[in-house]
Ligand binder design. Sequence first.
Ligand code: GDP
Ligand code: MG
Length: 331
Amino acid sequence: MSETMAQTTEWGALKTDVTGYVGIDTIQEQIRRKALKRGFEFNIMMVGASGLGKSTLVNTLFKAKIARRSCLPESNKEPIIPKTVEVKAISHVIEEKGVRLKLTVTDTPGFGDHINNENCWLPIIEYINDQYEKYLSEEINTSRKKHIPDTRVHCCLYFIAPTGHSLKPLDVEFMKRLDKIVNIVPVIAKSDTLTVEEREAFKKRIRDELSSQEVSTYPMKDLDVDAEDSAINAALREKMPFAVVGSDKAHKVEGKDVLGRKTNWGLIEVENRNHCEFADLRDMLVRTHLQDLKEVTHSIHYENFRFDRLQARKNFEKGDAKNKKIDESTC
Ligand code: GDP
Ligand code: MG
């Protein structure tokens, strides 16, 4: 991707002045119209222990009932958590000002819920690779579709428990394995349970730990394409992981309905930037980096998968041909 960008910035040397209006500026509008007709696809995966607020956060992000939430029945204080027992994707089409977005949310079984969590990342890795495999087989099909349906995971939201101490070994294990195949965006779940000071110290410890363990989270530093990109992404990296709060309950604030949670310190307004970093996460995922998350998935993660797969096939075919020759000579 950075190569393409370098090529286009080098176009400056080829510049030829035009003597009248050609209409090149309409290309933007032509692309926009085509894209609007087709609609957009975005696939997000949520990973973390059960009860960390994954479903609530996705519902808060897209202001719709996208994911099923755990619930506390009135009569019984014991939580009934509809446990996700397998990796499962649910799609919804949401529309705003004529722009349609097909959003697929992949829920994963409560990660690390068991006493023995050995290899609990395997079904998640398998799911992500399966989607790459599906895309690849469509792509290399002789009669391929004009538009290949994209089920590849563009972003994996990793929920960190708000312990205020440090990452769990399982968090590091997971992210270390997954950062090679998917864009990981870590978030501190239920951050209303931490004070502002605890939150800041926790965030810094997590950043230090991720960096010392060489875990690469999105946006990756080596993929910044130019100085403008670097400045925007550096600011995001400094703020990571976002300390988020999710809620689908509205409360009246100065006559207006705002989403929030009542705590001992008062009402935490989900979208108020002075209260938590939900808005920063939403801005990055939807308003500024959605397209980039898709591009990095396609040009980095999928490309790596594709290269390995095609290389393995080639080696297999070579080995097969060699074996055939040996068979023929021994006959
Ligand atoms: P999931 O199992 O990770 O999908 O968690 P759910 O979204 O089902 O939420 C589990 C419980 O935590 C529910 O009772 C939610 O109301 C509550 N919850 C969700 N988000 C937050 C949050 O940001 N802060 C607090 N304090 N509770 C939350
Ligand atoms: Mg859930």
